[in-house]
Design a protein around this ligand. Structure first.
Ligand code: DAH
Length: 339
């Protein structure tokens, strides 16, 4: 019995020492200490041992078991430490590698241009107001003096939701909404998206942006309109910029004009940029038509005002010398990064 235990001890310890992974270690545990293991079977054979010998043999079995268990525990720890070390070696981080760049975006050229225009008008005491993109035909056309059969309605073909509701073709609809509220005087700009049933090309898009302006007060004259827009043009394009008012027609203003600014590229001498004329058209404007004032609940004998509408994309294209409007919508970061 003694020799047998001795043999078990030596064999088991040698195997434990030689094992190089946790599975092997577990197999050894089962082989010696498991239910059918060698040491367990020695215990089962105790009944054949004489009663005097039993305590001694029992003690020896326990000693061998403790030895094997200790050896296994230690080997297990050593294996775990080795595995961890190998993992650390494998996952080593090279701090000298270049870092991943975090790409932070920035404002779109349209937004930069809009914020510039807003800054200028806020500086002159204007409020910035927003109106809905899905609008009543009544506000987009009718109350702006464009009745159902008016030819101006053809020029601004739009997307109809039904026969009373359209995607607005112009931010001028916000003029009506603000005047109808009845709070006077008014000094506001209204930037926003507008829609027209137009084919896409270098200067057209079915969706673009306008900035509307409206001033209503007592004793507002065309001189106020001229002074305001001259100041706006200087702020936007430079101190030397001059403005020119060309007579035009808009149904909701009388008189109406289109405004040109001196070409900021050649200063008015004429170049490729202004197609040789020295002037660049930037907006439409006029004195609010008395009939429009009346339809919006304002007495034209007491109040007068002016209005203007600027194409935001046009301003962005001019300011940044971009020659194709489509570039503003494609979201190609190689283009956008330049602003
Ligand atoms: N709404 C006009 C358009 O889309 C632009 C415009 C012209 C607006 C004259 C105005 C204005 O407020 O007075 O073509």
């Amino acid at each position: 019995m003694k020799e047998k235990l001795q043999k078990i001890r030596e064999e088991a310890l040698a195997k434990i020492q030689a094992s190089d992974n946790l599975e092997k270690l577990n197999e050894i545990r089962v082989a010696y200490l498991g239910k059918k293991g060698e040491l367990t079977s020695v215990l089962k054979g105790m009944k054949n041992v004489s009663p005097e010998e039993r305590p001694k043999v029992g003690q020896m079995v326990n000693e061998v078991r403790a030895l094997i268990e200790n050896a296994m525990e230690e080997t297990k720890k050593a294996l775990a430490a080795k595995a961890r070390e190998e993992q650390l070696k494998r996952e080593v981080i090279d701090v000298t590698l270049p870092a991943k760049k975090n790409n932070v975006g920035h404002r779109h050229p349209n937004t930069i241009a809009l914020e510039e225009v807003e800054r200028i008008f806020i500086g002159m005491g204007y409020e910035v107001i927003e109106g809905p993109e899905v609008e009543y035909d009544l506000y987009n056309f009718e109350k702006l003096n464009i009745p159902a059969n008016h030819p101006a309605k053809d020029e601004q073909d739009t997307f109809y939701i039904n026969d009373k509701i359209v995607l607005r073709t112009q931010t001028s609809s916000v003029q009506v909404r603000v005047m109808e509220q009845g709070k006077l005087p008014i000094r506001m700009i209204a930037p926003g998206r507008v829609f027209r049933s137009d084919e896409v090309d270098a200067t057209h898009s079915p969706s673009f942006h306008q900035i509307e302006g409206l001033v209503i007060d007592k004793n507002i004259t065309f001189a106020d309109l001229k002074g305001t827009l001259a100041e706006f043009a200087k702020e936007l394009f430079g101190e030397e910029t001059k403005v020119k008012f060309r007579p035009h027609h808009f149904p909701f203003t009388e008189p109406s004009a289109e405004v040109d600014v001196t070409c900021f590229k050649c200063g008015g001498k004429g170049c490729r940029f202004c197609k040789g004329s020295g002037w660049i058209e930037i907006l439409g404007c006029g004195m609010v038509h008395p009939h429009v004032l009346e339809m919006c609940g304002i007495d034209p004998n007491e109040y007068s005002g002016f209005a203007f509408g600027v194409g935001l994309e046009r301003i962005a294209l001019l300011k940044y010398e971009i020659d194709d409007m489509r570039l503003l919508y494609e979201n190609d970061t190689r283009f956008l990064k330049q602003f």
